[in-house]
Design a protein around this ligand. Sequence first.
Ligand code: GDP
Ligand code: MG
Length: 440
Amino acid sequence: SLSDRLGGVFDRLRGRGALTEADVRTAMREVRVALLEADVALPVARSFVDKVTEQAVGQNVLRSVTPGQQVVKIVNDALVEMLGADASELELSVTPPAVVMMVGLQGSGKTTTTAKIAKRLSGRDRKKVLMASLDVNRPNAQEQLATLGTQIEVATLPIVPGQQPVDIARRALQAAKLQGYDVLMLDTAGRLHVDQALMDEMKAVADIAVPQEILLVVDSLTGQDAVNVAQNFSEQVPLTGVVLTRMDGDARGGAALSMRAVTGKPIKFAGTGEKLDALEAFHPSRVAGRILGMGDVVSLVERAAESIQAEDAERMTARLAKGQFDMNDLRGQLQQMRRMGGLGALAGMMPGMKKAQGALATAGGDKMLIHMEAMIGSMTLKERAKPELINAKRKIRIAKGSGTTVQEVNKVLKMHQEMSTAMKKIKKMGGLKGMMAMLG
Ligand code: GDP
Ligand code: MG
């Protein structure tokens, strides 16, 4: 899946101390493949990757301590931007009746979504809603909508056998006006494939009903073909938004990205099940998160960005690059961890470290951080720079000064030694993830 793939790409990026521009480009090629596999349309994937690459290379990501995480953040932000701002839902503030027209392929979920939106409008928004089915192609399509109407206690236009869509639309509009409805929902017919007769019928209905909203209903499982569908419909009628159905299934998320890019219109709702209350406002950030599928890495990056001072970070990077790591460095890292919400909070945000979270919390991990800082605080500057000076006598002094025990001082020294060895061995590893791995 896209999530797994991107996860893999960024696992490789995360925790590496320094990236070259070539690294970023390689990673972005993989992102592109991942997007294509998630059914994002080729031109959409291409322009997305170009944009993100430019940002990643341009924003000094290469010099930062945690370039992988910065890249993740850039990709996430770009996904959210591409998916659009949080949806405005429906624009129905006109002299009633406001007309909402549903269009899309057969089986995409138009009729179900018509009823879902009607239920939402009549319940939550206390609107008086009338629904009318213009589907004269599929047997019993009008009855299907009438049945749903009964279930959700929303009126449907009485069926006149043999009447054609344009005439039904005209009749529905008149009924809605005369009977004081706030909203008229028009459910239209779909075909298995886009065809011109259907398009002409849809345009004729739109000319008569002048809808405030024309919503394109797209099955999020449709894959690459969803883009052609969106393209075709948006060329024929002035769409105002998109509804993605079957978001409850294992949709790969790619359809959402393509829809937004191709139609230029916001995704207003997500259908999340067959039941008539399974309709949600569309939240780009949630979908981006789903696409990235990597725990809460993004908020981790944001917190890191807040708490890490740029100069500290650069100094640290330089030292790590030389394989240097003294007690002051250890203390800096401990303080940083505490500023970011402690070990438990950090573990909770790291993918694959959720299990460690509980253990760290119960083991008093954060208290441990404070103790360790206190011990380092009780060391002289010379001891901090050259921990090998710390003999038995000095250990007793440090333990007393920090209100700890010699055993605990030994632990910190051992930890420092292990980390310093590791730093030398894997100079590139640096940063948070390496620290966490060793602490956890
Ligand atoms: P239409 O031909 O476009 O009118 O499609 P329908 O509204 O008749 O829906 C076709 C099928 O898709 C029905 O069985 C619906 O219950 C199902 N369906 C519609 N929306 C969703 C959704 O968001 N999630 C799931 N799981 N099923 C849906
Ligand atoms: Mg239908």
